[in-house]
Write a protein that binds this ligand. Structure first.
Ligand code: JFZ
Length: 467
């Protein structure tokens, strides 16, 4: 196509192609879908979920045969090119005697999280549930012999916690026809990147599709299915999964990585976009630098960092799906649990600014694009984030969350609505509003009530901010 098009025409069309790509990335709003909006209600209100990456990879925990295996804990089979027959042996050692699903759900609740998403099968192909489609599962292949997803589903149902399942539909390194295992089974595609060299549909029909159906039938109400890395997932293949989900549990949400349109967008891992969007989206994120447990990763984010990211995401209209990686014994590392509970205590006093809250009506507080042509570590144009404060909204209310103590009077960005009063959210202490020359400011008591994050509520006349 490029060769047949005259050079001049190509040159003229190139910017259009770039524009088309941009439009795709920043995403034109999708047509309104009433059924989808209804399905999304709890998700939009919940804002904060617990991701759990748990599987056989927690046993090697980042080390294979005495050698440190770099990268994500759950990718060890790939990174160390472990043959299937050898990796399978891990199952004979999987015996998480300390696994207590009630404690996990309690932790999520203490943390203020409103849903849990756990790996039911990651790229290694091992099912953490009883499956008729593959013997490589926690009941049939381990000495533990119990269905850990069922135990977690029961604990969630008992405690009113929504539960969703991560399912790697495309990559399955255990199967010769699944995507991704090049070390045992060769490349997925020919060098043209298109011609498929594996009987991929055989794998999808024999394992992935039946297993997704099992997840949707044996575990009660499933909040969502979190598909991932859609390699070779044509829209038609994706649609087969979407049909299974819709036909089995019509209210179950589909994430943004199926390979065909889901119910909400998933950002890149640990990516928080620089702007607000009214479309439902979710940022999957790590609390250290791995998803699956690694014994050498203790680079925990602090409670203040987590609280900031949560409010930042909410002020931009998204959800925060924050991961923990339990050990092979079934323990969520204490350090991560401590961080989550600290943020949970903050949410107990300040959750009104988070749950069910709307996006910032401003935007200047997010920061700005570098004017120096600098790039970030992903090679993208650098966004210079400003992390001092964020704002979320509810009818008649603005919630200003401060992550740094204002050292001067804080000027409320101009809105047309009459401002009525202000108070600190956590203790309801009133704060005086001062209006001069049409500009309204307030001065917060120093030191601020909670140095991690202090919320000031500003009430205004009317329901919506008018600018
Ligand atoms: C995937 C997995 O490979 C990984 O192991 C983990 O489960 C994570 C949540 O998801 O990794 C991805 C997938 C998508 C992007 C980045 C990492 N992305 O779109 O930027």
């Amino acid at each position: 196509m490029i060769r047949r098009t005259p050079l001049l025409v190509s040159l003229c069309l190139a910017p259009l192609a770039v524009l088309a790509l941009r439009a795709q990335q920043t995403a034109a709003p999708r047509p309104y879908d009433a059924a989808r909006e209804t399905r999304l209600e709890w998700f939009r209100d919940g804002k904060y979920g617990m991701f759990i990456h748990w599987g056989l990879y927690a046993i090697p925990a980042g080390e294979w045969k005495g050698q440190r295996s770099l990268g994500l804990g759950e990718w060890i089979m790939n990174r160390s090119n472990v043959p299937v027959a050898e990796y399978e042996q891990l199952a004979t050692e999987f015996n998480p005697v300390k696994f207590n699903p009630d404690e996990w759900v309690q932790l999520a609740q203490d943390a203020g999280m409103k849903y849990i998403v756990i790996t039911s099968k990651h790229h290694d192909g091992f099912a953490m549930f009883k499956s008729a489609a593959s013997k490589f599962n926690v009941v049939d292949a381990t000495p533990y012999k119990r269905d850990v997803l069922k135990a977690l589903a029961d604990a969630c149902a008992k405690r009113g916690m929504r539960l969703g399942f991560y399912y790697s539909q495309s990559q399955d390194w255990h199967e010769k026809d699944g995507a991704g295992n090049t070390w045992d089974f060769g490349p997925d595609t020919a060098p043209d990147g298109k011609t498929e060299l594996k009987k991929y549909d055989d794998y999808l029909r024999a394992k992935a599709e039946p297993q997704v159906k099992e997840l949707l039938t044996g575990y009660g109400q499933v909040a969502l299915i979190w598909f991932d890395t859609p390699r070779m997932m044509t829209p038609a293949r994706g649609q087969r999964f979407a049909d299974i989900v819709r036909q089995t549990q019509p209210n179950t949400l589909i994430d943004g990585r199926l390979g065909t349109e889901g119910d909400y967008r998933s950002t890149g891992d640990n990516v928080i976009p620089p702007e607000a969007s009214t479309e439902a989206w979710e940022s999957p994120a790590t609390i250290n630098d791995t998803w699956g447990f690694r014994k050498d990763d203790t680079n925990w984010k602090s409670p203040g960092q987590i609280a900031f990211k949560l409010v930042d995401i909410v002020s931009k209209g998204g959800n925060y799906l924050l991961n923990v990686g339990p050990t092979a014994e079934g323990v969520i590392p204490q350090a991560s649990a401590d961080v989550l509970r600290t943020v949970g205590r903050w949410l107990k006093a300040n959750g009104e600014a988070v749950y069910g809250a709307g996006v910032s009506p401003f935007g200047e507080e997010f920061g700005e694009w570098s004017s120096k042509n600098a790039k970030d570590v992903r090679g993208q144009k650098l966004f210079l984030a400003n992390n001092e404060w964020r704002v979320t909204t509810k009818p008649g209310k603005l919630y200003f969350t401060f992550f740094s103590e204002p050292r001067a009077a804080f000027e409320i960005p101009a809105i047309r609505n009459k401002l009525l009063r202000a108070y600190r959210l956590a203790d309801k202490a009133p704060i005086a509003l001062k209006t001069e020359n049409g500009r309204t400011t307030f001065t917060m008591e120093r030191p601020m009530l909670d140095p991690m994050a202090t919320v000031v509520v500003v009430e205004f006349e009317g329901q919506k901010v008018e600018k």
